[in-house]
Design a protein around this ligand. Structure first.
Ligand code: CP
Length: 308
């Protein structure tokens, strides 16, 4: 088996195409493992991993913890809201204290863009970025591409549109990097106010008409409006956003092909997609969550093999 070109997973920006292929091939193996009656392998019995979350999470946190346990790693969980961060302890002091308990790897979600990159330069452990502000969410992009590969047989040459709040979305940026590396055609679609200036420089097309975007695509990745990151109003009302950029069943059924619907979660049902779309047979949303465990097992396993 090959090895990754990186010591940390800080962003898709730092990976190459071979890294992604290796992660997918390793995830194929682990996906088979987690569908057995005994869903566990002894691979990482000698590794201890700390999951440190400074922001809320359901999918990513549980999926990392499950991935670590299925690899037989020892796991500790740290929630900033119940920690001495509340007493003023710095990020580096916090992590160095955790590492002095003989921890080998840190999975971190943090509200500040670049927090994982900063940490990787100051502490002696392998760092996995589980989402840093509006910057990157690399394991989400990996599981998204892996799910497209599984559903459509590959990513190269596929037309993928990412719809919604591109400006504040770490999922969008990581997906753009991952999809472009694998040769997909990528467009972003949303209100002009939620599309970053110069986004075309990343090699993506821009579309502000949802119907045209859906007519073009094989896959629509629907994003949530990141209300927690909005300091001002970027569109008149939620109802008007939904009218222009929400996908409902009537719109989906009016297309002359069956597109694949994705969403990283959490869904705002009735805003970016209606329930009958989220729960339709065209939706692979829960498949994405399932694949998240295998992808995270693969990433942890491959990074751990570099610190042994
Ligand atoms: N997709 C995702 O990152 O979800 P959580 O915020 O629940 O982890």
């Amino acid at each position: 088996m090959g090895e990754l070109s990186v010591q940390h997973l800080l962003g898709i920006k730092y990976l190459n195409k071979k890294d992604i292929q290796l992660i997918f091939e390793t995830a194929d193996h682990f996906k088979e493992v987690i569908n057995r009656s005994i869903k566990k392998v002894p691979s990482l019995r000698d590794i201890t991993i700390a999951n440190i979350f400074f922001e809320n999470s359901t999918r990513t946190k549980l999926s990392f913890e499950l991935a670590e346990k299925r690899l037989s790693a020892d796991v500790i969980n740290f929630s900033a809201s119940q920690s001495s961060v509340k007493k003023g302890e710095t990020l580096i002091d916090t992590v160095n204290n955790i590492l002095s308990m003989k921890v080998d790897m840190v999975v971190m979600r943090h509200p500040n863009p670049g927090a994982g990159i900063f940490l990787s330069k100051h502490v002696g452990a392998s760092i996995i970025n589980a989402g840093d502000g509006a910057h990157e969410h690399p394991t989400q992009a990996l599981l998204d591409s892996y799910s497209i590969r599984e559903k459509l047989g590959g990513v190269e040459g596929k037309n993928v549109v990412i719809v919604g709040d591109i400006l504040h979305s770490r999922v969008a940026l990581s997906n753009i990097f991952a999809l472009k590396l694998q040769g997909a055609n990528v467009k972003v679609c949303g209100p002009k106010t939620l599309l970053p200036k110069h986004i075309e420089s990343l090699g993506v097309g821009v579309e502000t008409n949802l119907r045209k975007a859906l007519d073009w695509c094989d896959v629509a990745n629907m994003l949530r409006i990141q209300n927690e990151r909005l300091d001002i109003s970027y569109f008149p009302t939620t109802r008007e956003y939904t009218q222009q950029f929400g996908v409902n069943k009537a719109l989906l059924d009016s297309l002359d092909k069956e597109i694949v619907i994705m969403h990283p979660g959490p869904i705002n049902r009735g805003v970016e997609i209606t329930s009958d779309v989220a729960d339709s047979k065209q939706s692979i949303i829960l498949g994405q969550v399932e694949n998240g465990v295998a992808i995270r097992m693969a990433v942890i396993y491959l990074l751990a093999s570099k610190i042994k």
